[in-house]
Design a binder for this molecule. Sequence first.
Ligand SMILES: *[C@@H]1O[C@H](CO)[C@@H](O)[C@H](O)[C@H]1NC(C)=O
Ligand SMILES: *[C@@H]1O[C@H](CO)[C@@H](O)[C@H](O)[C@H]1NC(C)=O
Ligand SMILES: *[C@@H]1O[C@H](CO)[C@@H](O)[C@H](O)[C@H]1NC(C)=O
Ligand SMILES: *[C@@H]1O[C@H](CO)[C@@H](O)[C@H](O)[C@H]1NC(C)=O
Length: 403
Amino acid sequence: MRVTNRSILLALAGVAAADSPIIGPVCPWNSSPRLRLPVCASPDFVRASIAPELLFGTKDGVRNLTWNQAGWQGPHRCINGTCLFSNDNIGGGIALITSEHHAKIVASFPQGPAEEAAPPPFHVAKVAGKGMGLVANRTIRKGEIIMQRTPTLLAQTAPIVDLDPTLRDLLYVLAVEALPDARQAAFMAQVGSDIHDKVNTNCFLVFVDGSSHLGCYPEVARMNHDCRPNAHYRISNMTHTTVAVRTIAPGEELSISYVDLLLTHAERRALLHKWGFECACAQCSQSAADTAASDARLRQIAKLKAELGDFSTTKVTAETGGEMVGLYEDEGLHTYLGNAYTRAALNFALFGEEERAREYAGMAVEALELEMGPGTGDARAMRILAEDPRKHWTWGKRRKHGK
Ligand SMILES: *[C@@H]1O[C@H](CO)[C@@H](O)[C@H](O)[C@H]1NC(C)=O
Ligand SMILES: *[C@@H]1O[C@H](CO)[C@@H](O)[C@H](O)[C@H]1NC(C)=O
Ligand SMILES: *[C@@H]1O[C@H](CO)[C@@H](O)[C@H](O)[C@H]1NC(C)=O
Ligand SMILES: *[C@@H]1O[C@H](CO)[C@@H](O)[C@H](O)[C@H]1NC(C)=O
């Protein structure tokens, strides 16, 4: 077990024989100067705040769990049923802050070999106006997996939000200290003033058995935002996979979007501003006329989408879906094409247009597999439509009831 900072542990457990309470900018019990505690709680404060049985989950201290296998260690520490676990064998090291129930599920995730290309098709470089970023160092083809990562830190959201900030930050420090040195360094190199801030700024929402967690993938966090990104990511169980959505040339910066791509210019900027940065991507910096044209396309997409879903309207024709796909393409929304092709394919089937239903369903399969991984449910549904549009439940339904 790597969490051996004796003074923190003793202080947290309330058994430290501290001569005097220690409050100050430098926490003397923090043996790792890289991990700056945002608040120094004195051992007395901690003793007054937490009973040892809350901290350890049991009165007996650290237990070995029956599922404690395949490299999993823990619970190292618990606060009110939220515990710290770690595993040095997964992705170079992972620390987990969650309930025992969710930790068991995480331990059940298959650890297949990473599919990503080795060596990586990118390097870290300075990018004009954005600090550091990832830059392709060879041609990356559309659909290629750029990187695949397991989290370095995975923390359940609800208890973290409810915890007293001092205790939360202590738990974060212990979690990061539980990581092997290289992973600790990668985690701490992320943007953010302290661990809490780093988690809030860089980490992704991950659902474990329906419960929201924040998963931190330091290498992925180096990818900058673009409103029309060339890469797309998906998270399956806790594995984060980044895929190229179009061919990327050597020297191009790799990007993902931090916000919904269908937002208008003003909406995107406002959201990104709340996140603490000004959007400076090409799409945000274009001329007023181009911005107005882009916003008009986005509003038209929203309108057509609503109409396609509304069976009481007579405005929709067989062409509406194709028209919407055209707008996605003009707008450079490569990442969302799977959804657009799907709606268009269904609409062609609804109007009894066999050839085009087949064609768009085929394109939907390809785009959906790229976005969501092979064998996804939506792609299977589109494959069935492509095989025989006439047998599909949608066949001709809109033609009959429409105009
Ligand atoms: C937990 O397991 C380790 C090694 O697997 C062993 O050294 C240790 O004594 C065990 N601790 C308890 C409390 O059973
Ligand atoms: C533990 O939970 C109880 C009841 O929900 C709460 O009153 C207490 O403040 C919590 N303790 C900590 C350390 O968060
Ligand atoms: C996710 O994990 C579960 C076990 O918890 C496993 O059955 C399932 O196949 C995994 N899914 C993927 C896509 O790896
Ligand atoms: C690209 O950069 C990575 C380092 O991130 C390196 O391992 C790889 O060999 C480079 N590939 C090419 C084609 O230069």
